[in-house]
Design a protein around this ligand. Sequence first.
Ligand SMILES: [Zn+2]
Length: 358
Amino acid sequence: MTKTNGGFEPVFCTVVPPHILDKLAQHEDPALANPARKTLERDAYERTHRRLTTVIGAPTVAPPAGAAADKPHRTIYDARHHTDLPGKKVRAEGSDPGKDATVNRAYAGLGATFELYLKAYERHSIDGNGLPLNASVHYDKDYNNAFWNGEQMVFGDGDGEIFLDFTIPIDVIGHELTHGVTQYTANLTYFGQPGALNESLSDVFGSLIKQYTLGQTAVEADWLIGAGLLAPRVTGKALRSMKEPGTAYDDDVLGKDPQPATMDGFVRTGRDNGGVHINSGIPNHAFYLVASALGGNAWEKAGQIWYDVLTGGALKKDALFADFAALTVTAAKARFNEGEELQAVLKAWEQVGVPTSS
Ligand SMILES: [Zn+2]
């Protein structure tokens, strides 16, 4: 793999996994199949384009001089249903909300993400150094996805048949931006188990951003990723469930949520970068178990342990589940000594079938 600017691997992470879009693309109703097919083609193009630009060396965006590190620096662009990025600038930091609810949700979601990382973990933006947060909304037509392209967020409006506006779930915004945090820290390889850990960390912090914004405890949280994103005709509540992986949807068009909750259900596949959006259910569920066992606000203890592992420097880019699990044990001891936190971590990994001594 080619080294890129700053030593980062090329990153292109979409929120809707290919197994869902593949299934949709094969539907006999063109109103369902066409947007999915177009979205897959667009994703393939963006993925290739991203690889090329990162290899050549994308320009790094520095925070503006004088910008305070404890304040976000957000810019929202409107792609106006085209695919040229970023599009027309429609909202800058500190400006009042406009008429477009999509623009306002994107702005608020970037702010909520910045806020959780700063308030809970003293992290200054995605790179830890005040990186400006840019997002483009209304990307393409009927585009059924949202992604972080290594530099910015991009949101589609959805086709309205299966997916609604991708700025609706705040955890989806947090999920995508957390791919940026991972890119700047552990930089987990986006394939197989390290890829599933990369996906899981985005779900964990995406959900925590939602919980922090709503002021919810672990018990009150829904632990869903993408609630509100599925159109009313779909039988399902979200894209994924951390509480009960495999139960987020069961629909005649989308099929059934394929996520396992434990290693017994681990899926071996060449699709989806080796099942990164599928096997992420296992570490997702481990996090949910730790957070529920400890109670209170999940970002304070469980989230702190996971954050310490992500940013602590010991997590290798090709880490397996067991490597990650062992590091959460170390982090729990380092942060909270041998108390209930450590016991919760050990028990959670045992419950999902991942050994903690690798
Ligand atoms: Zn992702």
